[in-house]
Design a protein around this ligand. Structure first.
Ligand code: CP
Ligand code: NVA
Length: 298
C-alpha cells in the first residue's frame, strides 16, 4: 500500500519511529544508497528556502534525485487540472512533495495519482516543519510527555500541526490566539477527543507561564499578504519579547519555523538571544526530511 505523509495526526505510533530515525540520520547512521534510483518531484506553489533545500539536499544524500517545479514554468500555472497533473507526474516520478494552498489540492494528487505524496505545507498544516520541531524539542528534553509548550499568535497552519503533534506525542500545549484567528476547530476537537492536552486562551502571558518552549510564527502567512494591515492590528499584543519569555520556565527555549519578521511577532533580542534555537530547528529540517523520505518509500 502507498504511504503518504499528509498530517501528523494520521501518523499514530509511526511518529515515534520518525523521531528516532531523524536522530539516526543526524548522527550519519544511514546508507548513502538508501534511495538510489528514486526520483522525487517537488511541486512548490508557494515560496520556500528551508523546505525546498532540505528535500533537495536530503534526497541527494540518500542517493536519489529530484526535480523542482513551480506553476510559473509548468502547465499548472496555465490551469491544467491538478487531477490530470497527478496522473502525468505519477508516470515519471517515484514520489511527489507538494507545497500548495488548500490541502484539497494535495488530496487530489493522492486520489488521482499513484505515487507517495508528502505535504510540504498547505494553508491547513505544516507537518514536516512541526515534526522536525518536535525532534528539536526532544533533543533538548527527551521526555516529551512532561513538556509544557506555548504557541503565541496566529492559529495558522503551524498551529494546527502543533495541535496534532500534542495529541500524538503527549505534550501539554497552550495556544494564545486572537478570537478571530483561532486554529482549525476540527483539528482541535479531534485532538481533544483523543485525549490531547490542548488549551486555547487569549492572553499570551497565560500561555507562556511556566512553558518549556515558546513558539510563534508570522502574523500573515503566504497567501494572506492582502490581509496584512488588518492582521497587524489584530496581532499587536501577540509578540514574544524578553518580558514574555521571563514568564516561561527557567531555561525555556524560543522557537520559530522561519522566516521571521523581527520587530513584529518576535523582538530582535529574543530572536538573537541565548534562548533562541531557531537555527537548530532549521538544521533539523534536513534530518527529519531524510527520515520522512525513507519512511514513505519503505
Ligand atoms: N519554515 C519553512 O518551511 O521555511 P521555508 O518557507 O523557507 O521552506
Ligand atoms: N505560516 C507560515 C509558515 C512559513 C514556513 C506560512 O504559511 O507562510
Amino acid at each position: 500500500m502507498l504511504k503518504h505523509f499528509v498530517r501528523i495526526g494520521d501518523l499514530g505510533k509511526e511518529a515515534q519511529v520518525l523521531l528516532q530515525r531523524a536522530g539516526e540520520m543526524k548522527a550519519g547512521r544511514y546508507p548513502g544508497e538508501l534511495l538510489r534510483g528514486k526520483i522525487l518531484l517537488l511541486i512548490f506553489e508557494k515560496a520556500s528556502t528551508r523546505t525546498r533545500l532540505s528535500f533537495e539536499v536530503g534526497i541527494r544524500r540518500l542517493g536519489g534525485q529530484c526535480i523542482f517545479m513551480t506553476p510559473a514554468e509548468s502547465q499548472l500555472g496555465r490551469s491544467e487540472p491538478i487531477a490530470d497533473t497527478a496522473r502525468v507526474i505519477s508516470r515519471y516520478n517515484d514520489g511527489v512533495v507538494i507545497r500548495t494552498f488548500s490541502e484539497s489540492r494535495l488530496r487530489q494528487i493522492i486520489e488521482y495519482g499513484s505515487i507517495p505524496v508528502i505535504n510540504a505545507l498547505t494553508d491547513e498544516g505544516h507537518p514536516c516543519q512541526v515534526l522536525s520541531d518536535v525532534f528539536t524539542m526532544y533533543e533538548h528534553r527527551p521526555d516529551l510527555t512532561a513538556l509544557k509548550v506555548a504557541w503565541v499568535g496566529d492559529g495558522n497552519n503551524m498551529a494546527n500541526s502543533l495541535i496534532e503533534a500534542a495529541g500524538v506525542f503527549g505534550f501539554a500545549l497552550t495556544l494564545a490566539c486572537p478570537e478571530a484567528y483561532a486554529p482549525d476547530a476540527g483539528v482541535l476537537e479531534t485532538t481533544l477527543k483523543a485525549g490531547g492536552r490542548v488549551r486555547l486562551v487569549r492572553d499570551p502571558a497565560e500561555a507562556c507561564a511556566g512553558a518549556d518552549f515558546v513558539h510563534t510564527d508570522v502574523w500573515a502567512s503566504m497567501g494572506q499578504e492582502e490581509e496584512r494591515l488588518a492582521r497587524e492590528k489584530a496581532f499587536s499584543g501577540y509578540y514574544v519579547d524578553k518580558k514574555l519569555m521571563s514568564l516561561a520556565a527557567p531555561g525555556a527555549c524560543f522557537m520559530h519555523c522561519l522566516p521571521a519578521h523581527k520587530g513584529e511577532e518576535v523582538s530582535e533580542d529574543v530572536f538573537e538571544g541565548p534562548a533562541s534555537i531557531v537555527f537548530d530547528q532549521a538544521e533539523n529540517r534536513l534530518h527529519m526530511q531524510m527520515a520522512i523520505m525513507e519512511w514513505v518509500f519503505k
